[in-house]
Design a protein around this ligand. Structure first.
Ligand code: PSU
Ligand code: MN
Length: 302
């Protein structure tokens, strides 16, 4: 049921570093054809940083860990691809369908394959208005139970960041800001909120990953890596745009799984495409840091 691509299989067998990558960002996070270009660019960034990329998706009922270029290009333009999380990945496999993995589903597959590090853009979290909608991403629960270190540029700033931090604290998930005190806010370097933890090197992060396992603690770590400053859109500029997009979603009754893709698309329109360029820069940056952490982890293991 779980198929490793030949390069991923070889890397894992030789104890070489591997970085998992998700596919929802390709199918539901970015428009074709940029999504395919970016997916391949991110894989190249992982390789340049000395690790093997493993993009994960369910294709015709098979859970693939590691896709080739043709599979990435097909997925990027496929219609009606499901957005899979913990609840629906097994059903997609059983029905022989195709689905893209969110952060939660990618963590499950990565762990099953023996991959410890995963790079994405931004995790899901507590949505604004969650006190009414109860919309809290399954990504948070997954971080609490599956031992994968996830590198993201913070939770997506479309969320309620203070509530997201509170839930992560309750669940016992370490939220680590990389190289700065502030929690990053996806498109912006600084959310204006202090991160609970700070670390300044990939080796420290790798050691903390190992220490959690040695303590018998379930769950992973969330490493929040600020977007490179040259690519950021400052918080003051993003805040009203996010407010407009959120109000539009409410007005159109967009909720559930459709909400995050809607907001990303609306923000893309409202920023004249700049949000996408920022998103691409931050994912690549996260891929490089994840590769560095994966290299440190293989050194500890070897
Ligand atoms: N990061 C991005 N773009 C995305 C996502 C992450 O830069 O589209 C996806 C991830 O797959 C994440 C999902 O798990 O958004 C969150 O969806 P929800 O809020 O419905 O849980
Ligand atoms: Mn949700």
């Amino acid at each position: 049921m779980l198929t490793l691509s030949p390069p991923v299989k070889a890397a894992l067998a030789d104890n070489r570093p591997v970085v998992a990558l998700e596919s929802t960002i390709i199918t539901h996070g970015m428009p074709w054809p940029r999504n395919a270009e970016v997916a391949l660019q991110v894989e190249a960034a992982v390789r340049e940083a000395g690790a093997e990329p493993a993009t994960i998706a369910v294709i015709n009922g098979t859970l693939h860990v590691g896709l080739d270029t043709a599979q990435i290009e097909a997925l990027a333009q496929a219609k009606g691809v499901a957005k899979l999380s913990r609840a629906d990945m097994a059903v997609c496999i059983a029905q022989g369908r195709t689905g893209a993995t969110t952060v939660a589903a990618t963590m499950i597959a990565a762990h099953r394959a023996g991959i410890c590090v995963f790079a994405t853009g931004g995790i899901g979290g507590v949505h604004r208005g969650a006190e009414h909608s109860f919309d809290i991403s399954a990504d948070l629960q997954e971080l609490a139970q599956t031992p994968v270190t996830v590198v993201a540029a913070g939770a997506k700033a479309i969320l309620d960041l203070p509530k997201t931090l509170e839930v992560l604290e309750t669940l016992g998930v370490p939220v680590i800001a990389y190289g700065q005190a502030a929690l990053p806010a996806f498109w912006s370097c600084d959310s204006g909120i202090k991160a609970p933890l700070r670390m300044d090197s990939p080796s420290e992060i790798a050691r903390a990953h190992v220490a959690r396992a040695e303590l018998g603690l379930p769950g992973g770590q969330l490493v929040t890596n600020p977007i490179p400053t040259r690519a950021e859109i400052a918080k003051a500029e993003m805040d009203p745009i996010i407010a407009t997009a959120t109000a539009d979603a409410m007005r159109h009754g967009i909720a559930g799984k459709a909400l995050t893709p809607y907001l990303l698309q609306r923000i893309y329109e409202l920023t004249g495409g700049r949000s996408l360029e920022a998103n691409i820069a931050l994912v690549e940056n996260n891929a490089r840091l994840a590769a560095a952490i994966a290299r440190e982890l293989t050194e500890i293991a070897g």
